[in-house]
Ligand binder design. Structure first.
Ligand SMILES: [Zn+2]
Ligand SMILES: [Zn+2]
Length: 154
């Protein structure tokens, strides 16, 4: 529900100062989830005219700190940002092109994975990343191996 509220109101509700960069960054993350800071910066710059990478980083830090935006960091990839927060959902990542999609929590509660040993920690999140090949990359692989099999590559 919070995801569809007005960005300005959402910032205020979390006690954040409303700035044009923060609003534009939040809207960019909502429009295109699972993008890195470079793409977010391009979206924000297209809207505001120009913006520094540091300003975008600062806005993202504030939004992540206020739990309005979630940062995910699949191994070996730059950090990605999304506005779907607080539902303990997971991600599936394409090994080939890096496409990322949401996977709902396997059970529905947070955390959905019960650790066999908590070492006294209080667990509030279980982060799971599924890795594989997205449909586009599967088709691309099938096309390549298909033409190899026929031996008709130039
Ligand atoms: Zn792919
Ligand atoms: Zn997600």
């Amino acid at each position: 529900v919070a995801r569809v509220s007005d960005p300005t109101e959402q910032l205020r509700a979390k006690g954040l100062r409303v700035t044009s960069v923060r609003v534009a960054v939040l809207e960019a993350v909502r429009q295109r989830p699972h993008e890195g800071v470079d793409k977010i910066m391009a979206t924000v710059a297209a809207r505001l005219g120009s913006v520094s990478k540091q300003a975008v980083y600062d806005a993202l830090e504030a939004l992540v700190g206020a739990l309005i935006v979630r940062r995910i960091e699949p191994a070996g990839r730059p950090a990605l940002y999304e506005a779907r927060v607080g539902d303990n959902h997971h991600h599936i990542v394409c090994r080939s092109c890096g496409a990322v999609d949401d996977v709902d929590c396997a059970v529905g509660g947070a955390p959905c994975l019960e650790p066999s040993q908590t070492h006294g920690f209080v667990v509030d999140e279980a982060e799971v990343t599924y890795w594989g090949l997205c449909p586009d990359c599967q088709h691309a692989e099938a096309a390549v191996s298909g033409s190899n099999a026929k031996g008709n590559r130039p």
